[in-house]
Design a protein. Structure first.
Length: 185
């Protein structure tokens, strides 16, 4: 039995002229501000509700053509973010293994130094340095990798989210009118 549930993130877009980034290469992407809001909103979604994520964008100013562009821009942005986090995970593993190897090498020198009669101060320095490298590797494999896995799951959910559109509610329309008055002044 699948215990995953669906979740919906509700995003209200008062002014859609800032939704897309003015800087993009081959395909449009969402702005950093829009991405930041989505990133914050998904933090509240429980992990087991991410498999069937839906983003409901409420706006009166998005036409049918823009809906397709916005949908593609959201997916493209998070597909790129997913690639970035996968690269970071590979680097994390590589540097963790390197730290582990360095720590093991230093502890081997420590053991050889004890056997060969190194000074106690030098022996202690090697012992401490070896364990520092090993604990850094453990931190990277355990804590940082776990956090990256959680981020990857959330980013994948956003990259694969179903995007739906709805009309603004009365409260959002009131805010929109106030925003328009401020811009006119």
């Amino acid at each position: 039995m699948d215990k995953t549930k669906s979740s919906t993130i509700h995003l209200t877009v008062i002014r859609n002229d800032d939704f897309l980034s003015p800087y993009w290469a081959d395909r449009p992407v969402i702005s950093g501000e829009a991405a930041s809001i989505l990133d914050n909103l998904i933090q509240t979604v429980p992990q087991n509700n991410l498999k069937h994520l839906q983003i409901d964008i409420a706006s009166d100013g998005i036409d049918a053509k823009e809906k397709g562009i916005y949908r593609e821009a959201i997916h493209y942005y998070y597909e790129n973010e997913l690639k970035n986090i996968q690269r970071k995970q590979r680097k994390n593993v590589e540097s963790g293994l390197t730290m582990l190897a360095i720590g093991a090498g230093i502890l081997t020198l420590h053991a050889l130094g004890d056997y060969l009669g190194l000074r106690p101060v030098t022996s202690e320095i090697l012992d401490i340095a070896g364990w520092v490298f090993i604990w850094q590797a453990v931190t990277q494999f355990g804590i940082e990798r776990h956090k990256m896995n959680l981020d990857r799951v959330r980013i994948r959910a956003l990259a694969n989210a179903k995007i739906v559109y709805s009309k603004l509610d009365s409260q959002a329309r009131k805010v929109m009118r106030e925003e328009n008055k401020k811009r006119e002044q």
